[in-house]
Design a binder for this molecule. Structure first.
Ligand code: NDP
Ligand code: MG
Length: 393
């Protein structure tokens, strides 16, 4: 399958870590991409700089006041970009005929409506926003199947699995299991007692990857890997028992697929998100990502360890939510988003994150809540958020 060039791109979450890496790859391949729209939440200065560089037809900020300020600045600079405001604007943008490819790189469940709209509209959906699949896996996958949209994973592990997945007609039954690698985060060797004292600054200081604050805390609790187990189940149509996690501190092996004949395929490289971003942007072709040569002789020893679910209970909680099914993963995600926010604001301790998530998950039979529409899932999301706040107060 080949896509028409240049591709018309909307980047949602453009000012974030994935958004900036995406635009870095785009700028290296100007003949292949036309940036039609850039969006963010409230970062006026960050988006304005990108507008000046890429001159998109549209820009949008979810925060209406910020959008107003951006519109004034855009006008003063004589730029032609039309500035839209509000969360609905993001949904409107992905539906535009002028957009064929959407980079969904908003953080959290806030990214779900636009990712779902891109799927509905049959776009090429480059999905970094793993929370969408955790919250609305069934709905999103059904929507992709119904519309004929193309869904490509940006998350490095899932992009690696995608690259190692059976090609050329080999049946999915040939796969024994998926092995997701985890760096183990900054607290890989900390005791539970030490983790109780962990500060936000320590939690966001990831040893290998440079990422936004929320996913950095998720990596420190290993909830990130829990969310990724659920993400893998939806992307590759398998049960969570078929997805194993292995701790690999150097983040060089990005994940593996084990086949029934004993073959294990892995994707390796520098821990730089521009590689999976470039892979998905150009798929099924390949383009320069700006990531330098990988030298195995200087990479040193590659080590692998089993994960410790005693010290990192979020991994277990995510598997429990996956087994419960229904709206349980949406509740898990919502509780986690609130717990992380409270931790970053120094209102709860680091180990309280897992405790809060567990309390919310056990508070209700989330598995039997409706989860077949965006509205139903947003209601669960809201309820679980309120509950988490109440339990933390
Ligand atoms: P960042 O926090 O760096 O960036 C988030 C982006 O989303 C910003 O552009 C932000 O705008 C925008 N945003 C935040 N809230 C809203 C909202 N309510 N409405 C609209 N836009 C919003 O996040 P990352 O780039 O690190 O992560 C983005 C997604 O990609 C997450 O789902 C994450 O799990 C996933 N991911 C990230 C990886 C990484 O290496 N960073 C790796 C794999 C997956 P503003 O700047 O205005 O606040
Ligand atoms: Mg990942």
């Amino acid at each position: 399958m080949s896509h028409q060039l240049p591709r018309s791109l909307a980047v949602l979450g453009a000012t974030g870590s994935i958004g900036c890496s995406t635009l870095d790859v785009v700028a290296r391949n100007p003949e292949r991409f036309r940036v039609v729209a850039l969006t963010a939440n409230a970062d006026v200065a960050g988006l304005l700089k990108q507008i000046q560089q890429f001159q998109p037809q549209y820009a949008a900020l979810a925060d209406r006041d910020a959008a107003q300020r951006l519109a004034t600045e855009v006008k003063q600079l004589g730029l032609k970009t039309e500035v839209l405001a509000g969360a609905e604007a993001l949904v409107d943008i992905v539906r535009l005929d002028a957009v064929d490819t959407v980079m969904a790189a908003i953080v959290g469940a806030a990214g779900l409506p636009s990712a779902l709209a891109a799927a509905e509209a049959g776009k090429v959906l480059l999905l970094a926003n793993k929370e969408s699949l955790v919250v609305a896996g069934q709905l999103l996958m059904d929507t992709v199947a119904a519309s004929g949209a193309t869904l490509l994973p940006i998350d490095s592990e899932h992009n690696a699995v995608f690259q190692c997945w059976p090609q050329g007609g080999a049946a999915k039954q040939s796969v024994k299991r998926i092995l997701l690698t985890a760096s183990g985060g900054p607290f890989r060797e900390w005791s539970l007692e030490e983790m109780q004292q962990a500060t936000p600054a320590q939690a966001v200081a990831h040893p290998n990857w440079s990422m936004g604050a929320k996913i950095s805390v998720d990596s420190a609790t290993m909830m990130n890997k829990g969310l990724e187990v659920i993400e893998a189940c939806w992307l590759f149509d398998c049960a969570h028992t078929q997805v194993d996690v292995v701790v690999h501190p150097k983040s060089i092996v990005h994940s593996l697929v084990e086949y029934i004949d004993g073959s294990v395929l892995a994707e390796l490289g520098h821990p730089d998100m521009r590689t999976p971003i470039a892979h998905a942007l150009a798929w099924p072709e390949r383009i320069d990502s700006g990531v330098g040569l990988f030298d195995l002789t200087t990479a040193g020893a590659l080590e692998f360890f089993p994960p410790d679910e005693q010290r990192f209970p979020c991994l277990r909680l995510a598997r429990e939510a996956s087994a419960l099914g229904g709206a349980a993963p949406a509740a898990l995600n919502a509780a986690n988003e609130i717990a992380v926010e409270l931790f970053l604001n120094e209102q709860v301790g680091f180990t309280n994150i897992a405790e809060l998530v567990e309390q919310v998950l056990n508070a209700k039979a989330w598995g039997s809540e409706a989860h077949d529409s965006l509205a139903a899932l947003m209601a669960v999301d809201e309820e679980a958020r309120a509950l988490a706040r109440q339990l933390a107060a």
